[in-house]
Design a protein around this ligand. Structure first.
Ligand code: FE
Length: 200
């Protein structure tokens, strides 16, 4: 705990999510984008008491504070990407069974309604941001957030899965076709075991 922070390793090989996410995309995304957020965060907190805290604590402590905006953006982007890598897995996606499958039925009616709600959030997030599956008051919900924002600091909201919809997440593979990337991610990559674990 505390800075300097180091990169958590990817939970799979860089080519493991291909062809939905190519090794080239994953290599740049993890090795350049994610790593740059982490290196920038380390520099920003070098002389700040926040450096004693965990990344999650830094995100919560700086959310909504205008004078800490840059620290928030970089800390949240590190947290979001770590969460995103674990939200995906090779041979994932599709309709889940078990407890989360039941909750999808309870909360959205059926899997197709859930899928269209999540895909809609991911494709209508204007500009950069994230789409989330969350747990709120015992029900599953879908949210979208701009830029580095995430649900970490929202009372009573627990993130279960996320999809990165910044252009750097898909542009090399899908160019402007965010909708195709999002649908393929939902169909083939979502890590339902991770979501189920996050239910607690
Ligand atoms: Fe990203």
């Amino acid at each position: 705990m505390g800075a300097p922070f180091t990169m958590n390793p990817l939970p799979y090989a860089e080519d493991a999510l291909s062809p939905v996410i190519s090794a080239q995309t994953l290599g740049f995304h993890y090795g350049k984008h994610h790593t740059t957020y982490l290196n920038t965060l380390n520099k920003l907190v070098e002389n700040d008491p926040l450096k004693e805290k965990s990344i999650e604590e830094i995100v919560k402590a700086t959310a909504g504070k205008e004078d800490k905006r840059t620290i928030f953006n970089n800390a949240a982007q590190v947290w979001n990407h770590d969460f995103y890598w674990r939200s995906l897995r090779p041979n994932g996606g599709g309709k889940p069974s078990g407890r989360i499958g039941e909750m999808i039925k309870d909360s959205f009616g059926d899997y197709d309604k859930f899928k269209s709600e999540l895909a809609n959030a991911a494709t209508t997030q204007f500009g950069s941001g994230w789409a989330w599956l969350c747990l709120e008051g015992g029900k599953l919900t879908v949210r979208k957030t701009p830029n580095a924002e995430n649900p970490l600091h929202l009372n009573g909201v627990k993130a279960l899965l996320t999809i990165d919809v910044w252009e750097h997440a898909y542009y090399l593979d899908y160019q402007n076709r965010r909708v195709d990337h999002v649908n393929a991610t939902i169909d083939k990559l979502l890590n339902w075991e991770f979501a189920e674990k996050n239910l607690g």
